[in-house]
Design a protein around this ligand. Sequence first.
Ligand code: PMP
Length: 428
Amino acid sequence: VDDLAPVLPVVGADTLVPLVDGREAPYANLDVAASAPALEAVAAHVARVLPLYASVHRGAGYLSQVSTALYEQSRATIGAFVGARADDVVVVTRNTTDALNLLAGAVPADPLTGRPGRVLVLDIEHHANLLPWQRSADATVLAGRGSIAATLDALRAELTDAAAAQAPYALVALTGASNVTGEALPVADVVAAAHAAGARVALDGAQLVPHRAFSLAHSGVDYVALSGHKAYAPYGAGALVGRRDWLDAAPAYLAGGGAVRRVRVYETTWLDGPARHEAGSPNVIGAVALAAAARALRGVDPEALRTHESALRARLVAGLEAIDRVRVVRVWDDAVDPVGVVTFTVAGYDPGLVAAYLSAEHGIGVRDGRFCAHPLLGRLGFDAGAVRASVGVGTPGSDVERLIAAVRALVADGPQAQYDVVDGLWAV
Ligand code: PMP
């Protein structure tokens, strides 16, 4: 894949970084799953909009009106990006974590018992799609089985048994794509199983929506959460998009200005719709950037995005697995169309050292650790962590080849310098 060109240009693609031997190398950003570099189109749009920004929803001045219009148009674009239904609410949040915490506070209590609503998750989730349910709902964590088929069977059985026992689930909250392996359960099967048992479906879309076409309306998914900084819009906005009834009935996520209809000193009437959960001055530039990224991503053929990233991922897996001592992490043996995330270990080398070596000797940026997915790494036997490489629309094939060659060199010759790795930071 050495000659595969990026599908969309990103800023910073020609950044040079210092190496341990005093030379410089072009930065190979293989950490797109953590935060994706901005698309050039996003950076250019933000630069055009920045001079126009003033208070949103709070001013009569011309620029306030412009900013309010930009913010509300961005909301509509973000909704369209994830195929929102006409009645869905698009709440602009800080990120996916924020969106899922908001939804966790909106799951209705069981009408019979008054207990917190039941939520079913898998043990492969990012902490953002585990801890909010652990804290605010009645969460059950299902261990993933060795195959997609067996995991779906277990999920179906759990949902039907709970419904039969008069303790039905309110919600199934699953990742749209694992941030460790790129894998996911097929959405259509999850939706069918959940809806048949009277449960709704929330998708953690952080790793899915930047990389695949996704539609709430077509899939039947009830809620999706996403992060702008993983979707090539690094300006601190995300979104929760989905069904209006739970969100309008929920307590306001934040208490403060902009979320209220009427306030007396001891009594407040809250607004409905997205404003209910968006108290405080909104992040208009974040929303504008996310909308610009959404437009740019939807402006290219989704099949072109998928083919590019799948080719890079397939090459990464094949290239790494061909190296003695390298092991690639998998949740399932029958995963279909995983997104461009590949996590691996190199026997005999601490993951932190591998990451330090790749940075210091090759100018390659990856992530190491347990990727905010401690239960999954633990179950699969990677408690000591692993190394993750991830790609996106802006990744050239040559970056992937550089990583494979660098790991091959590590296994053949060892590192050329000694690294002290403390809290993920390295020094020579
Ligand atoms: N879910 C998944 C699958 C993720 O990859 C991440 C980020 N690593 C999150 C949730 C949390 O995203 P954020 O930090 O933007 O809230």
